[in-house]
Design a protein around this ligand. Sequence first.
Ligand code: G1P
Length: 296
Amino acid sequence: MLKVTKAVFPVAGLGTRFLPATKASPKEMLPIVDKPLIQYAVEEAIAAGITEMIFVTGRSKRAIEDHFDKSYEIEAELEARNKQKLLDLVRSIKPANVDCFYVRQAEALGLGHAVMCAEKLVGGQPFAVILADDLLYSPKPVMRQLVDTFNHYHSSIVGVESIARENSASYGIVDGREWEEDVFKLSGIVEKPAPEVAPSNLGVVGRYVLMPTIFNHLRALKPGAGGELQLTDALQSLLTEEQVLAYRYMGTRFDCGSKIGYLKATVEFALRHPEVKDEFEAYLQNHLPLALAAAA
Ligand code: G1P
């Protein structure tokens, strides 16, 4: 049986939309309340039964490797101060059964190129791809939903959501027919089309489960939208040879690659965070009207 045990995290992007915060540290290390985006992504993979995390990194991304590595100084310090809870928290970032691997993407040539950089580490197995910028909240973690769907159909699957048509130029857009509730059989996929030519209002979110045959199509890629080697174009080529599905996930997406999405995620995750939620909710209720008035 084909089992998804590996996830690829393309994390080589420059994060220019968050400058100056991302000048010297990776955008994937930006925290939502107290946890970096990349840790949410890894936890989602773990919840889907994935145990091998493959990070496609670039320059200035050392912090990601350090985050998932043992920190002797912090652990010794917390032990000496008898801070058991914090010690457990720090140690739980990378559970013992999870392994992390790193490969460098020397040039930022696009998402398709980033995934291709992971080929040797992925080997000939189906694998997940998670874009940490897309923070997805759902009681049943979204990658778990995708892997369950994969286990049923055994073909490549892209996560999608219904989007406003005028925003189609921000997404890969799929064309296909609904096969079963929320599962679509693809007949086409196009990267960032203008609204007038978008084949549907189903936009790709940063979650994929891919058959290893995708690598044949990634290797043959030519520059596409934005002059980049696009994963979307490799999927378009793959679906001419084998079945590719789209799955409309259950949950809420926060586009943390944009400032506004990042702010919304911060507010909503803070309202769910056991340590701060009561005080934060009271703050919003009592002070928000004043803050809004002051900013007006
Ligand atoms: C990438 C993909 C796009 C997808 C999007 C989801 O684009 O190329 O197909 O819809 O992620 O976040 P990016 O947002 O990196 O430009």
